[in-house]
Structure formats: structure tokens, C-alpha cells
Design a binder for this molecule. Structure first.
Ligand SMILES: Nc1ncnc2c1ncn2[C@@H]1O[C@H](COP(=O)(O)OP(=O)(O)O)[C@@H](O)[C@H]1O
Ligand SMILES: [Mg+2]
Length: 303
């Protein structure tokens, strides 16, 4: 195991990684978030969910957003999607202010949001038909997207016949079929078992490599964020503010063998420190620990 004391800093990048970031930042900005704030008025009073959030993502960048539960991740993505309005600041997609939902942004949520009464193919065709495409052309395109996510054999199946991972692949195909500039994903693999989740992460990176799309991916899984992202936006709670925008020093292409690499472990240690800062309250612990009655022989010791 790598010793945290002797780890390199997560800020150190190899030449290849540094050059990759330079190329990435030279690409045009797709999403610009400036001084974003959101206050909710509730019967209990005002609650600031987001405060002064600013960042820029570039074309074909993969950004992960992490932060503790309740720090405003879903609120942020809903504002970017145009499903919620901010109380301060601006969101620009390709230089245009977001004023509501639009075809330039596709969404994939954690819960399965497919239409249960439509086949897989018709689910993917739905947005295309809404945009006025003819049935034949929409079907051809839908089949191409299903091919990309590896589900062409299930085109005529209904959502209830699919596993959780397959449903999310259809959701990704459906979102991408509308050719969004940005794919907004809110904990899309959160409900999947560990093995399916790992497969979906690799699969998503494969798709992303083949499609001209910028991904904003919310997760509370730190390893998932490092595995997927170019950069990780770390939020803190109460109010939701940007703590740090981390450039992931792990080279691409990514693989699971990198989980134990010094860059990965160093980034993981930094995220841990930001998300789970050490709590110094030793007395609290002693107070709440219940009194234990010993129900075994005195010499019967276990570790
Ligand atoms: N519609 C709403 N009305 C009032 N408060 C809300 C509403 N939506 C979210 N909140 C509050 O805003 C904060 C951020 O919520 P959310 O964006 O869902 O966090 P996360 O996705 O990071 O867990 C929470 O404290 C939540 O209770
Ligand atoms: Mg959420």
C-alpha cells in the first residue's frame, strides 16, 4: 500500500497530462457558470442552497461534481438544465444564457426515466420525432445510438424487460440522440450494483470518446469521480460553494489498474480531506459510548 506521507502531490502532473490540459483549455468554452446563487424560501425560512458558484467547462471536457449530501449538486444541475431558476448569476451554454430546458442539454437521472409503454427503440426515437424528424429517419438514427450503447438486439424490448444497467444505457442513448452539446448526469449509476456500475463507467468513457459532447457528471463516489473526470468540481455544504476545481493527474486512457497508482491515491487523499475533514471532538465519543456488559469469560479475548 502507498504511504500517504510519501505520496506525490495531486498537483503534480506528468508532461503528457499537462499538455492534455493545455489542449483542453484551448478548446472553446461550452458551459460558463458565473456567480450562481440559489435561495429557497421555505416555511422554516430562507435556505441558501448555492452561493457564488463559478466555473467554465470546455468542449468535450468531462467534469465531475462531488460534495456532501445536501450541498446543492442536484440544484446546480437542475439550474443548468433549465428546470429550476437561479436567484443570482448566469449560466451560458455556447455563449447563450439558459432560460429554460433546451435540446443543447441532455439529462440522465439516477431513477429510470424511460417511458414504460414504449419499446427501447421508440424511447430513443421520442425526442427525434418531437423535433420533427420523419419516422424512418428517426428509426435509423435511434438504431445507430442503440448500437453505440450495445443494445441494438434489445430495440423491441420494453424497459421492464431490461436490467438496471441496460435501462441507463437506453437513457444515455435517448439523451445523446438529440445531439446535445452537454450531457448532464445526476448520479446516474447510483442505484446500480458495484459490478454493473464499474462496467457502466468504462462504457460511458468509451461513448464519450466517440461523441462530441461535454459531460457534467454528479456523483458522491470519490473513486468514480477520479476514474471518469478531467476535472472535479468539489462543493461544500451550507451554503453550497466551490471548494476546489481539481485537475485529475491520472493519465488517459483510464483503467482499473490505475486505482493504486500514486496519482490516483494522491487525488483520492485530497478529495477525502475536502469531503470528510477530520472531526476533533474526542469527548463527544466518550460521552455517547454505551456501557458494555461483558457476557463472555474473562480470558476469551478477540481482537
Ligand atoms: N425545492 C426545494 N425547496 C426547498 N429546499 C430545497 C429544494 N430543493 C432542494 N432544497 C434544499 O437545498 C439543499 C441542496 O439540495 P440538493 O441540491 O438536492 O443537494 P444534493 O443533490 O447535493 O444532495 C438541501 O438542503 C435541500 O434540502
Ligand atoms: Mg442530489
Amino acid at each position: 500500500m502507498l504511504n500517504p506521507q510519501t505520496l506525490p502531490s495531486y498537483l503534480i502532473q506528468s508532461d503528457a497530462v499537462r499538455e492534455r490540459f493545455a489542449r483542453l483549455k484551448a478548446r472553446e468554452p461550452i458551459l460558463e457558470v458565473r456567480g450562481l446563487g440559489k435561495r429557497f424560501v421555505t416555511p422554516q425560512g430562507e435556505h441558501t442552497a448555492l452561493h457564488d458558484v463559478s466555473f467554465t467547462t470546455h468542449r468535450r471536457e468531462f467534469v465531475c461534481v462531488i460534495g456532501p449530501s445536501g450541498c446543492g449538486k442536484s440544484t446546480l444541475i437542475r439550474i443548468l438544465a433549465g428546470l429550476e431558476t437561479q436567484t443570482e448569476g448566469d449560466v451560458l451554454v455556447n455563449g447563450n444564457a439558459v432560460r429554460g430546458p433546451g435540446a443543447d442539454r441532455g439529462m440522465v437521472f439516477q431513477g429510470y426515466t424511460l417511458f414504460p409503454w414504449l419499446t427501447v427503440k421508440k424511447n430513443v426515437m421520442f425526442g427525434l420525432r418531437m423535433n420533427g424528424q420523419g419516422a424512418g429517419e428517426a428509426e435509423r438514427e435511434a438504431m445507430q445510438w442503440l448500437d453505440l450503447v450495445g443494445l441494438e438486439a434489445f430495440a423491441n424490448a420494453y424497459p421492464h424487460q431490461l436490467s438496471g444497467g441496460m435501462k441507463q444505457r437506453v437513457a444515455i442513448a435517448r439523451a445523446l440522440a438529440n445531439r446535445p452539446k452537454i450531457l448532464l448526469m445526476d448520479e446516474p449509476f447510483g442505484a446500480l450494483d458495484a459490478q454493473t456500475r464499474a462496467k457502466m463507467q468504462t462504457h460511458l468513457l468509451d461513448i464519450w470518446r466517440n461523441v462530441d459532447v461535454t459531460v457534467l457528471f454528479i456523483t458522491h463516489d470519490l473513486d468514480e469521480a477520479i476514474f471518469l473526470a478531467d476535472r472535479i468540481l468539489v462543493l461544500k455544504a451550507n451554503p453550497g460553494e466551490v471548494q476546489e476545481l481539481i485537475e485529475v493527474p491520472v493519465p488517459r486512457p483510464r483503467g482499473y489498474e490505475q486505482f493504486t497508482s500514486p496519482e490516483f491515491v494522491a487525488t483520492r487523499a485530497r478529495l477525502d480531506a475536502l469531503i470528510h475533514p477530520p472531526v476533533v471532538e474526542p469527548d463527544d465519543d466518550a460521552r455517547v459510548r454505551p456501557h458494555m456488559i461483558r457476557l463472555t469469560d474473562v480470558n476469551d479475548v478477540v481482537e
